[in-house]
Design a protein around this ligand. Structure first.
Ligand code: HDE
Length: 715
């Protein structure tokens, strides 16, 4: 790969980078002739070959037939779940040697870098569905290690709906659009799903997460990832320990609000995809630290839940997280189909040092992923597709099949052989051959669930108790939406009764919103050892950063151009970006001589596409904005979505003209600042740096939830 290309792709991984591996497959059409797939140059591609100008098209037009035939076969089946997604290249860097726990080569030394490809996804929607729907998000990482590919196929929620993989088709059928009319798209808010939930109390914990703010992330860059299932680390001496995987985003965990998420689905269905690529293009590479919880085998029975039950977390307060490395996403794919659509993850893709447990959900997953790729990617050779090829060399006696790329040499395709010198031959543990963990297993063949899996509510209650006030309110509102859309009153009642087991007050609040009876008092359920796990609330750990956020600057003719300029600069320095929004696109003359270029008009954007709004001064500009219903709506909506709003000079008058004024601006502070936490104003202040610092702090907070009570402001 050329130095120039390396630079363009921001490659930080030496020599054996995945990107250099892909290089031999890249096409560079610049300056090339158009050819057929056989390499024959084409002289005409707009008109088919006909018998006479108005006559029939001729069969001998091989270019026409090849072009149409290829087009006719362009689609492959979308993923049965996680169809909607996006991906990026990057690398993983190990912080410290984990040799004591695992022999995985990519975790052996501090500073070691391993190329990765990550795919983020929603679960339920079809491939063309919107990014911001309420759903779990997939967070799948392929590590191209020197010992072969390792796939950590996780989600942004640490638990799952069900305990046994045999229930997966039932779960997915119930949550997908209903079979008779194929509605609704990318939504759990319908009868069949909630019928399934009410029939499977093991769902309770997952539903609490799904209906919390975790179900509507602000960005893929701002969500956690979890391996969900319990895995095993195995060291060189063959000693095994249980391990749970966590990804922790450096930007903190942030979410949208539900009204905003729904509107975004219409205004920009590609919102998360765009956000990821814009951040990478701007050099704000998304970063996530990898943390593990390691549990000695001797401690397996010490918990008040079963470690093999994927509906349970291991609370951080019981087993602390150990941060062992960092993932950085540095490059978007060149071609969406070739990379994001064709990438094939599989939890069974492990390397020496990482092994499985008997978690029945994991055991089923180990089968399903390879199986699904066979139909989706059309045969057994999908590992040869560039994005799936390991960097580690591969040799075996597997042969033929559709679209075989490798030209296997030699006479023998069997083992053991003498004609081929016995090669390729198995490797011993010392030669880094994969040796399965020798776990003692004993038991009768039986279709049953262990009693240790039968506690369905204790951790759902733990989650509920660990939420802050605003987070609890969001969960209740989400129930009102989701269950409120269920047509059957009987199902609504069953769901409400079920969640009264989590907390009677929650049951009462759900009932009040969906028109069913308040559940009768329940027999007490098993309780978690912990009353609360503060680590579960995303509001408890908000980092002081605005990297990658977006600010809208509302302006019209006569705006104070210097304030716009300064704000743009300050925002950029803090790692965020700003766009000027006005009635129409073009140039505005400033009141102080300069000019301001409008980036977006009200028609092409909306407050929902920004994290904060700033109104600069300039009397003429503000007077005009006051007459723009869209500008007033912009402010009201941003306020209602609890976003920071800043205004300087006459800009404060626009806030006063909006619905915010009556409910929010509470008094003059020092230096002319009027502030209601997220509303930062400076009528007279000329020190933009000081003003900006207040505004930045309000932005770092992300949302100002105390405003939610102010329902008088329209959105
Ligand atoms: Fe998956 N899952 N899953 N899943 N899953 C798939 O594989 C499956 C589960 C997850 O970006 C499928 O390639 C079973 C848990 C992600 O390409 C399929 C069970 C977790 C992705 C499949 C589960 C996940 C998938 C569909 C047991 C979080 C997208 C397409 C009940 C740890 C990967 C495909 C990508 C995809 C089966 C449960 C995560 C059908 C049987 C738990 C991130 O094989």
């Amino acid at each position: 790969m050329s130095e120039q290309l390396k630079k363009a792709k921001h490659i930080d991984v030496d020599e054996k980078s995945k990107l250099s591996d892909l290089e031999e497959f890249r096409e560079y059409p610049e300056g090339q002739f158009l050819t057929t797939n056989q390499g024959v140059r084409v002289s005409e591609t707009d008109m088919s070959l006909k018998a006479g100008e108005r006559g029939p098209t001729l069969l001998e037009d091989f270019h026409f037939r090849e072009k149409l035939t290829h087009f006719d076969h362009e689609r492959i089946p979308e993923r049965v779940v996680h169809a909607r997604g996006t991906g990026a290249h990057g690398y993983f860097e190990c912080y410290e040697s984990m040799a004591e726990y695992t022999m995985a080569s990519f975790l052996q030394e501090a500073g070691k870098k391993t190329p990765v490809f990550v795919r983020f996804s929603t679960v339920v929607g079809f491939r063309g569905s919107a990014d911001t729907v309420r759903d779990a998000r997939g967070f799948a990482t392929k590590f191209y290690t020197e010992d072969g590919n390792y796939d950590l196929v996780g989600n942004n929620i640490p638990v799952f709906f069900i305990q046994d993989a045999i229930k997966f088709p039932d779960l997915v059928h119930s949550i997908k659009p209903e079979p008779d009319d194929e509605m609704p798209q990318a939504s759990a808010a319908h009868d069949t799903f909630w019928d399934f939930v009410a029939s499977h109390h093991e769902n309770a914990h997952m539903i609490m997460w799904l209906l919390s703010d975790r179900g509507i992330p602000r960005s893929y860059r701002m969500m956690q990832g979890f391996g969900v299932n319990t895995f095993r680390f195995v060291n060189k001496a063959g000693k095994g320990r249980f391990v749970k995987f966590h990804w922790i985003p450096k930007l903190g965990v942030h979410s949208l609000v539900w009204d905003e998420a729904q509107k975004l689905a219409g205004k920009d269905p590609d919102y998360h995809r765009r956000d990821l690529y814009e951040a990478i293009d701007a050099g704000h590479y998304p970063e996530y630290e990898l943390a593990v919880q390691i549990i000695e085998e001797a401690d397996e029975q010490k918990f008040d839940f079963d470690l093999l039950d994927a509906t349970k977390i291991v609370p951080e307060e019981q087993v602390p997280l150990k941060i062992i490395g960092k993932l950085t996403l540095t490059a978007r794919p060149d071609n969406f189909f070739a990379e994001v659509e064709q990438v094939a993850f599989c939890p069974a893709n492990v390397v020496p040092g990482i092994d499985f447990t008997n978690d029945p959900l994991l055991q089923g997953r180990l089968f399903s992923y390879l199986d699904t790729q066979l139909i989706r990617l059309g045969g057994p050779n999908f590992h040869e597709i560039p994005i799936n090829r390991p960097l580690a060399p591969y040799h075996n006696n597997q042969r033929d099949g559709y679209h075989r790329m490798t030209i296997n040499r030699g006479k023998s395709a069997y083992f053991p052989n003498t004609v081929g010198n016995g090669d390729p031959r198995p490797a011993s543990r010392e030669e880094r051959g994969y040796v399965h963990y020798t776990e003692k297993v004993e038991g009768k063949k039986i279709r049953a669930r262990s009693d240790s899996f039968k506690d369905f509510f204790s951790q759902a209650t733990l989650f509920w108790n660990s939420m802050t006030g605003p987070e609890k309110t969001h969960i209740v509102k989400a129930f009102h939406f989701e269950v409120g859309k269920v047509k059957s009153l009987e199902i609504r009642q069953r769901v409400t009764d079920m969640f009264a087991n989590v907390d009677p007050e929650l049951g009462r609040m759900i009932a009040e919103g969906v028109g069913v009876k308040v559940p009768a008092p329940k027999a007490p359920q098993k309780k978690s050892k912990l009353d609360k796990s503060p680590a579960l609330s995303q509001l408890n750990k908000v980092p002081d950063t605005i990297v990658g956020r977006k600010v809208a600057i509302l302006a019209a003719e006569g705006v104070k151009a210097s304030e716009v300029e300064q704000m743009k600069k300050a925002v950029k320095t803090a790692g965020a970006s700003a766009e000027v929004v006005s009635k129409v696109q073009g140039l505005h003359k400033g009141s102080d001589g300069g000019e301001v270029m409008v980036d977006k008009s009200y028609v092409t954007t909306g407050s929902i596409l920004y994290d904060a709004v700033f109104v600069p001064g300039g009397k003429q500009s503000v007077e005009t904005l006051k007459s723009h219903g869209d500008a007033i709506h912009f402010l009201n909506e941003a306020f209602r979505h609890c976003k920071p709003i800043g205004a300087m000079g006459e800009g404060v008058d626009l806030i006063k003209a909006s619905a915010i004024s009556g409910v929010s601006i509470s008094g003059e502070g020092k230096g002319g600042i009027v502030s209601d936490k997220g509303v930062v104003t400076a009528r007279d202040e000329t020190d933009l740096i000081a003003f900006f610092e207040r505004f930045r702090k309000a932005m770092a907070q992300h949302r100002h939830w105390d405003r939610e009570k102010k329902e008088a402001v329209p959105a």
